[in-house]
Design a protein around this ligand. Structure first.
Ligand code: ARG
Length: 404
């Protein structure tokens, strides 16, 4: 039986009720852990006060926005990390960091058990618990919504009975939302009918509707070794840089994604995301890589990126393979330094200019104008040798089959 529990606390209904719920079910003390990854809304102090008012023995509250931006989102950018080719891993990137702090808090408060408020149907329960197994295998894990059968109706009745100081809205939220500095994930409600278009005005807060009557805007993003460091010449902290790109790209409706997604637990679900900064930064980063990376290295990296995104999506942030892939990715980034000019217009972020001292693009070799240094005559011999394998095979086909 648990003696002391560290609970990942958001300040919302589920985790506020979970404090008393866990105390009653296990007899343990509960410590609330709130990690600011840029989800906005309430101040950390308000979150702390609510946790204490709802029965927490103490609270661990941390502003982890720059840590999240630098050590998690920027790794996502270096990896051009997009699950199923389109989802920039917004929620998936935050879970390993939250678990890192949860474990730290548990050690500080002397807890023997960790708890989270995920449902039993999603990826997040997997990400929490697999990360816990890597970082603190000695700690038990409790999932009150899943394991202690909490439901919204039961939660509300319990909150009223216990007089918990939380405002309960009569209507259910129209969607289930998870948001942080890197973007927002919106699901459930009317989106569950996958024929419905994602046009509801309440869905989006990081982006305006794409508007072709709004003039295009150009923005210059500077990268150093694969990570963005400045926007329009202004050097910014990691968190401020992502926030700035959210504002700039969001104003042009960039980064809205509507997909039917394959969850690790086997379900297909409909997810809507808005991640304006992430989508624009990855577009710029990919373009700089096109100039800098050698062809084979770039092609191989595309395969690594897909595997990396799968591992992160699947909760394997702390796995050996993910770490090895990070080492490969970091090696590819040593010359990814330079600037990309992006054109933001009506929902699109398109690279239109590139500038770097470490690229492989050589004007004198590429030019068709005066001063071309490429030895065109050598191409003749190259093509003869290069095509030899196909020539031999084709000759055999004709010899044995009479046709190609
Ligand atoms: N499907 C996404 C993921 O697994 C987002 C889940 C976030 N949760 C939410 N309540 N919208 O990364």
């Amino acid at each position: 039986m648990a003696k002391a529990v560290a609970l990942a606390y958001s300040g919302g209904l589920d985790t506020s009720v979970a404090i008393e719920w866990i105390k009653e079910a296990t007899g343990a003390e509960v410590f609330a852990v709130a990690v600011d990854v840029g989800q906005q809304g309430e101040s950390l102090e308000d979150v702390r006060q609510r946790a204490l008012a709802c029965g927490a023995k103490d609270a661990y509250i941390i502003d982890a926005r720059d840590e999240f931006a630098k050590d998690y989102c920027f790794k996502g950018i270096k990896a051009n990390g997009m699950y199923e080719g389109v989802y920039p891993l917004v929620s998936a990137l935050s879970r390993p960091l939250i678990v890192k702090h949860l474990v730290k808090a548990a050690k500080q408060f002397g807890c023997d058990t960790l708890a989270h408020g995920c449902t039993g149907k999603g990826n997040d329960q997997v990400r929490f618990e697999v990360s816990i197994q890597s970082l603190a295998p000695e700690l038990e894990c409790l999932s009150p919504i899943r394991d202690l059968s909490m439901t919204r109706d039961k939660e509300i009745a319990f909150a009223r009975k216990k007089n918990l100081p939380i405002t309960i809205k009569e209507e259910k939220n129209p969607f289930s939302i998870d948001q942080n500095l890197f973007g927002r994930a919106i699901e459930a409600g009317f989106l569950e009918d996958i024929w419905n278009s994602p046009d509801h005005p309440d869905i989006y807060t990081y982006s305006a509707d794409p508007d072709p009557s709004k003039p295009a805007e150009e923005v210059v993003v500077k990268f150093e070794k694969g990570v963005p460091v400045a926007v329009n010449g202004e050097e910014l902290s990691p968190a401020d840089l992502i926030a700035k790109m959210n504002a700039l790209a969001g104003a042009h409706g960039i980064g809205r994604i509507d997909i039917v997604e394959s969850r690790l637990v086997g379900l297909k679900t409909r997810e809507v995301y808005e991640a304006p900064g992430a989508v624009a930064l990855i577009a710029a980063h990919k373009e700089l890589e096109r100039v800098v990376l050698e062809r084979e290295q770039m092609r191989f990296k595309v395969q690594v990126e897909a595997r990396w995104a799968d591992l992160v999506y699947d909760g394997r942030w702390y796995s050996p393979l993910k770490k090895s892939l990070d080492a490969f990715i970091d090696d590819t980034q040593k010359y990814v330094t330079g600037e990309i000019r992006l054109r933001l217009f009506a929902g699109t972020a398109v690279p239109v200019g590139r500038r770097t001292d470490s690229g492989l693009y050589d004007f004198n070799l590429a030019t068709y104008e005066e001063g071309d240094q490429f030895d065109q005559l050598s191409s003749r011999g190259f093509i003869q040798i290069y095509g030899l394998q196909d020539k031999m095979a084709a000759a055999r086909d004709i010899r044995l089959n009479g046709e190609l």
